[in-house]
Design a protein around this ligand. Structure first.
Ligand SMILES: [Zn+2]
Ligand SMILES: [Zn+2]
Length: 370
């Protein structure tokens, strides 16, 4: 399968088409506050699973846990409907090994935006998991089973949401929801947004934002992407140093996934969170310093030619002229007397200027005669 051509496979794209079509169900089932809030809540709960479990645990092993909790984490990550954790980790490690090179499965620079966002995941070539390259994970049969039958958890999850909606319809009819409505919002809409939120890291995180570190790829740091993905937007930081539990390296880099993992570590369920080495932090501070000096220099050079500098005085001049003309009455009345007061012999022209039948051309003519 890895030798298959890199193109959209009809079989592999069907789940994505169904997922998106399922969102249209809202036309028939309507909405209710409880259904919408469920969709929002499940988006963030499962985005946390994508970043904290698929990415920071299985792909990079940035913290440790026990085997039972590892299994529970894999179940939680299974609800994200992004195939198994082992598939995810294999492809993600491959991305780091070949970032923005021809072998990278989802580089927007090599394959274009659409391919890096969704195309690559529908390719037959990217369907298998190469267990030989992720032996540290493949040694757990329960994880391999979940990866092999990666539809089991999503089906159970969707069924539970439907069941929850039916229970609410029965026991709390005032909420105005039912099984189908909860299924559309809690599963289809929430999962579709979750997919695109995650896919923004495959595509946008190598296009949008600024790089702090010089890496071999085109990864960027973006606050907006960090908001959507609970901290994964600090992608350039992460490409510089992948083993740290946090992607936001500094306190001002919003990284809710890290805060959540830190809180989990206090329960004792997970431990051994890995810090960013001091040398990397210092390297980043120097890079920040150099980039702000360069930015200040660019701003000083551009200031002379800044369009804003030209626009603001022009706008101010127009505003002053408008106010003056409003205070002194109609423009022709003010212009004509000023010109003609200088020469008393032009009195007839001044009279013509007051006539409604005469326009500016007659004033010019009058001045010419004068
Ligand atoms: Zn990347
Ligand atoms: Zn990574």
């Amino acid at each position: 399968m890895r030798a298959s051509p890199d193109r959209v496979d009809l079989v592999r794209i069907m789940p994505f088409i169904l997922l998106h079509l399922g969102c249209l169900g809202a036309i028939w089932v309507g909405w209710s506050p409880v259904a919408v809030w469920t969709a929002v809540g499940l988006y963030f709960l499962r985005m946390f699973a994508v970043t904290a479990i698929h990415h920071r645990y299985f792909s990079h092993k940035t913290y440790s846990t026990s085997r039972p909790v590892q299994f529970l984490l894999a179940l939680w990550a299974g609800t994200t409907v992004q195939r198994g954790s082992l598939w995810w980790a294999y492809h993600h490690r491959h991305h780091h090994a070949h970032s923005d090179g021809p072998e990278d499965a989802h580089s927007p620079h090599v394959h274009g935006f659409l391919w890096s966002h969704i195309g690559w995941i529908t390719s037959r070539r990217n369907f298998p998991t190469d267990y030989s390259t992720i032996k540290d994970l493949a040694k757990f049969p329960e994880l391999v089973w979940l990866n092999r039958f990666d539809l089991v958890v999503p089906i159970l999850f969707a069924t539970s949401i439907y069941g929850g909606g039916e229970l609410l319809a029965h026991f709390a009819p005032a909420l105005g929801t039912n099984g189908l409505q909860m299924l559309v919002w809690g599963f289809f809409i929430s999962t579709t947004f979750l997919f695109h939120g995650t896919a923004c890291i495959y595509s946008m995180a190598h296009l949008m934002g600024r790089p702090r570190f010089k890496t071999d790829d085109d990864s960027r740091n973006s606050f907006i992407l960090a908001l959507i993905t609970l901290g994964e937007g600090w992608h350039n930081n992460h490409h510089r140093y992948q083993s740290a539990t946090r992607n936001g390296f500094y306190w001002w880099e919003f990284d809710p996934t890290y805060y959540g993992l830190k809180a989990l570590s206090w329960t004792g369920l997970i431990w051994g969170l890995k810090a960013v080495p001091k040398s990397v932090l210092e390297e980043g501070s120097h890079a920040d310093h150099h980039s702000s000096v360069a930015a200040a220099h660019r701003a000083a050079v551009r200031a002379e030619h800044s369009p804003l500098r030209r626009v603001v005085p022009a706008a101010a001049a127009i505003a002053v002229a408008t106010v003056n003309s409003a205070n002194t009455g109609l423009a022709p009345k003010t212009v004509a007397p000023t010109v003609h007061h200088q020469d008393p012999s032009s009195a007839p022209a001044q009279n013509r200027a007051h006539s409604p039948r005469t326009g500016p051309s007659s004033q010019v003519g009058g001045s010419g005669q004068a």
